[in-house]
Design a protein around this ligand. Sequence first.
Ligand code: ADP
Ligand code: MG
Length: 267
Amino acid sequence: MTAIEVDTTRLPLLLTELRLPAIGRMWPDLADRSDREGWPAARLLSALAELEIAERGRRRIERHVLEAHLPPGKTLDSFDFAVVPMISKARLMALAAGDSWLEKGASLLLFGPPGSGKTHCGAALGHALIENGYRVLFARTTDLVQKLQAARQSLQLEAALGKLDKFDLLILDDLSYVHKDQAETSVLFELISARYERRSMLITANQPFGEWNKVFPDPAMTIAAIDRLVHHSMIFEMNVESYRRRAAADRRSPATGATGNDPASNG
Ligand code: ADP
Ligand code: MG
């Protein structure tokens, strides 16, 4: 008997019910090919299963990209490591593989003046981790603090912190822009405490710790927050000239081509 005599009218329905959209789309082609080439049934079945799994993986990553809110285009590929000699590409690639530092809930702290590439570097790591199957959330710290404050006002802070647990890495961009006089920032401390030794954070800030007493409500909380963050952390000090300014200068005098390593710019 040939495939044509098989009643396949219910198949699309069954595959939808089973949530197998890739197989639903691809089975007619693959079945044709299998008939033509005389595949053993097991080969067709495993080809279909592989297809569905591959698509499921792709869709999962697509969802993770959407939920991450990472700045688009800020990837490792577009990051010029030559201008930040203190960050080796190999080191960042190793971090992008995830694994042990995310399992330990270790954190990354990126310090440097405006334009030094902190946001780009952090986002690039986020993009790469998502490609590797991890879940990441990127947020401007001020925005997240506001959301957490709103959650606390409606007695939902714990739930809100719990929701952030699903992310292997939480990127808090521009922590030093948070100002305690703007609003009550102890939610930030609670976030840091909640993730401590469990879930990783990547924090960028223009100002190293010295200025953080402007962020937290009181000195004791500042010290406690820094203490937790530093305990399992890697610190990158990106003390380089603003990339924007540098790029503008290069445009004005392209002949000098100041693109290479310039160790003199480091401090
Ligand atoms: P910061 O967050 O430290 O203020 P950004 O990451 O926003 O700096 O960088 C400012 C601009 O310069 C962005 O458009 C960014 O993509 C670009 N940039 C910064 N550093 C680099 C770099 N090393 N390679 C490529 N682009 C960079
Ligand atoms: Mg930035």
